[in-house]
Design a protein around this ligand. Sequence first.
Ligand code: SF4
Ligand code: MG
Length: 342
Amino acid sequence: MGTILELRDVKRYFGIRSGGWVGGGVEKPLKAVDGASFSIASGSSFGVAGESGSGKSTMGKLILRLDRPTGGAIEFEGRDIGKLDAQGDAWYRTRVQAVFQDASGSLDPRMRISAIVAEPLEIHARTGPNRLTKIEIREKVEDMLAQVALPERVMHDFPHELSGGQKQRVAIARAMILEPTMLVLDEPVSALDVSIRAQVLNLLSDFQDRYGLTYLMISHDLATLGHVSSQLAVMYLGRIVEIGDTEEIYERPLHPYTKALFRAMPLPDPDRVKSAPSLRGEIGSALDLPKGCRFCPRCDEAMPVCSAVDPELVDVGAGRQVACHLIGGPQLTKATHQRGSN
Ligand code: SF4
Ligand code: MG
């Protein structure tokens, strides 16, 4: 499997003035995403976990080109998406589509379902080389609604006439109508009843099998990501703190934050991470980052070195990377030394 998407040291800083209104005060950067690097294999599912405020949705927006990075580069199918011209932008929009948490918010309430699903085709077919007739568009919409297991009659309905699960199926149909190669799924099932979640996740996994789609799924819910993703990145205050094979992270989480997230899961596996600390306190602000390790104020395993030195993401073997002074070669030596001398 080749690489479809690669992020290299991607940053998104926002300039926020503190201590005054426009024109006054001091400008401080809000580091929403602070140096994310990873690659996603074509046809695989990549999960991004973290609490709200971790920067995971901002990262999703950067990948979707709804926002621009202030540093680093994002390559999709070998092309730098920061350097696309209008034609390149149209190409990208057919290749990469999105499904968000709140289908009600992303579906125009004044449009009928058939028009909502057809809209991307109408926009792109107008400019693209493969112009479609009205009849062809209608056939495609009917076919796509069947693929997401919605009855044909919903074509004439408005979004408010559908259930939450049905609306999310419409959002998926709309995302799939241009036959993209990748979907960015930002909390795609979080707003749904637990009983409906599995159905929507199964639908997504069927699509992946059928079309060899690549998924980037963002969620605060490790259980969802565990079902769907083969690779997992855990984010905390703008940083990736642990990344690797999902199964291996589930078996043996290494970063104290990852361990705490597992402990905070509603139905923790009693055999898993027995001695891990639970997750206490709030995530804090990306505007006022703690010195040293960003997780330090909440970490039960913190050592003196932690509040002084920001741990780097280091390779710990088997494709896993962790940013923690407890783990890894030279940093461990430094941490042990400092702990010993205090
Ligand atoms: Fe905890 Fe220190 Fe590791 Fe940060 S570097 S997660 S504070 S042990
Ligand atoms: Mg979010």
